[in-house]
Design a protein around this ligand. Structure first.
Ligand SMILES: [Cu+2]
Length: 68
């Protein structure tokens, strides 16, 4: 498993948090995503050999949030 952390701007409430989590977990190769509203960090666990940060960032952007 490979873990990456992305900072995401624009999340303000638990609705945003869940939306981002679902969007990221829908990306192929993502095993699990944890969203921390306080730190604005999204921790993503990728299946072995399937790390694709660009796809994750694109999914976040499509939902109206800004990965940094
Ligand atoms: Cu919200």
């Amino acid at each position: 498993m490979t873990q990456e952390t992305i900072k995401v701007e624009g999340m303000t409430c638990m609705h945003c948090q869940l939306r981002v989590k679902k969007a990221v977990e829908a990306v192929e190769g993502v095993q699990r995503a944890d969203v921390n509203l306080q730190t604005k960090q999204v921790t993503v666990d990728f299946e072995e050999g399937k790390k694709n940060l660009e796809k994750v960032k694109a999914a976040i952007r499509e939902n109206g949030y800004e990965p940094i």
